[in-house]
Design a protein. Structure first.
Length: 376
């Protein structure tokens, strides 16, 4: 996958000398805040930074949405930024070190797989504020990272996507013409399986309420076994996995695999209208508009808002390490608009989904996934 580095270069771009195996970190300085207004007096001295996981900032999903939060903060406050895009998991230590060496005030790391290295770096640099997407720093394996306690200068950004994926599962079951829907993941890690759990529970709830027997292929939430591409980059593997599900009769696909999941959308689009899909992490009709025609909706995570908040509170000297959990209630996760499917989805089904959403919020419908963030 071709990776790229973005930077806002109003005054110029300066290369940082870092020996990371991944993409070299980039640095930029903003002369003005949003709307052309002069930034705060100390904006030029504040640097917000981000390290991607191996999916890269152009993944049309997880990293890209988090990256938007960084860009929103840079644009609004006129602060400086540095970024490091990782090509593989082995790049994380040096890329995070590169951000520390760049004198970053706030460092956001994107993804569960960066958890241990973020904990180590935060413990070694207590004056730097960190935020990490999809990892609970308080649950870090202290023995593995060789720390006595979890660092207190990290804010965990977590999302209960089992709630929103429940709605997606109900929708998929209600829209399936074959009575079979399918899902697959990138890796069997909690931030992936939480989507698959919720989707499974939503399908099961539809069957219970309607007396139907819509089958879910690709995941069993009871045994925690299912289909995985075993990476987040291989679109060919994603397409093959989706094609496997389609060959078994699935007519709605729910890929939870980052860029690899785009292969699932390719398979759906190639079906000529027989197969459709639901995207994850961000509104797919915006991030991957070429597939909008086959997307019933998307399960979004407000990672951009959460990332911006960490940077903003650090900039304003109001950093708070209390974990953030995005839910249906606080709009940190939910279903994106139906877009091209708005007129195709029955009004009754839409109304049922709205009612179910409220029932999940008030606790009438419990979510069973063990991957749900436990800080709630």
């Amino acid at each position: 996958m071709t990776k790229y580095l973005r930077g806002l270069a109003v005054l110029g771009v300066l290369a940082l000398v870092v020996t990371a195996c991944g993409s070299r970190p980039t640095e930029s300085n903003e002369a003005e805040g949003s709307g052309g207004e002069k930034p705060a007096a100390d904006a030029k001295d504040f640097r917000a930074c981000m390290v991607s996981d191996s999916g890269g900032f152009d993944d049309k999903s997880f990293n890209q949405t988090s990256y938007k939060g960084l860009q929103d903060a840079v644009s609004e406050y006129g602060i400086a930024e540095s970024t490091a895009e990782s090509d593989s998991d082995g790049d994380y230590p040096e890329n995070i070190s590169g951000m520390v060496n760049a004198k970053c005030n706030a460092i956001i790391t994107v993804g569960f797989k960066l958890g241990n290295q973020t904990a180590i770096a935060a413990a070694e640099n207590p004056d730097v504020k960190f935020g990490i997407v999809d990892f609970d720093i308080n649950a870090v394996d202290l023995e593995e990272v060789k720390l006595d306690k979890a660092p207190t200068n990290v804010k965990s950004l977590l999302f209960d996507t089992a709630q929103s994926s429940f709605l997606a599962g109900y929708l998929a079951a209600g829209m399936s013409q074959t009575g079979k829907v399918g899902t697959f993941g990138g890796l069997p890690i909690p931030t992936v399986t939480i989507f698959m759990d919720g989707f499974s529970e939503g399908v099961a709830y539809y069957n219970e309420q309607k007396g139907k027997d819509v089958q879910l292929l690709g995941w069993n939430d009871k045994t925690q076994k299912g289909l995985f591409t075993n990476d987040f980059e291989n679109k060919g593997m994603g397409r093959n996995t989706a094609t496997n599900l389609i060959s078994q009769g699935a007519d709605i696909i729910f890929p939870v695999a980052g860029p690899a999941g785009l292969g699932g959308l390719q398979a759906a689009k190639a079906s000529g209208g027989k197969v459709n899909a639901i995207w994850v992490d961000t509104d797919g009709c915006k991030s991957a508009a070429e597939y909008c025609s086959v997307l019933l909706t998307s399960v979004y995570k407000g990672m951009d808002v959460a990332v911006k908040n960490v940077i903003t509170t650090t900039y304003e000297d109001k950093f708070d390490n209390t974990p953030y959990v995005g839910t249906l209630e606080n709009k940190g996760t939910g279903l994106s608009p139906y877009h091209e499917w708005d007129s195709k989805i029955p009004a009754e089904l839409k109304a049922e989904i709205e009612e179910i959403e409220q029932q999940i919020i008030d606790g009438t419908i419990p979510i069973e996934s063990k991957a749900v963030p436990q800080t709630q």
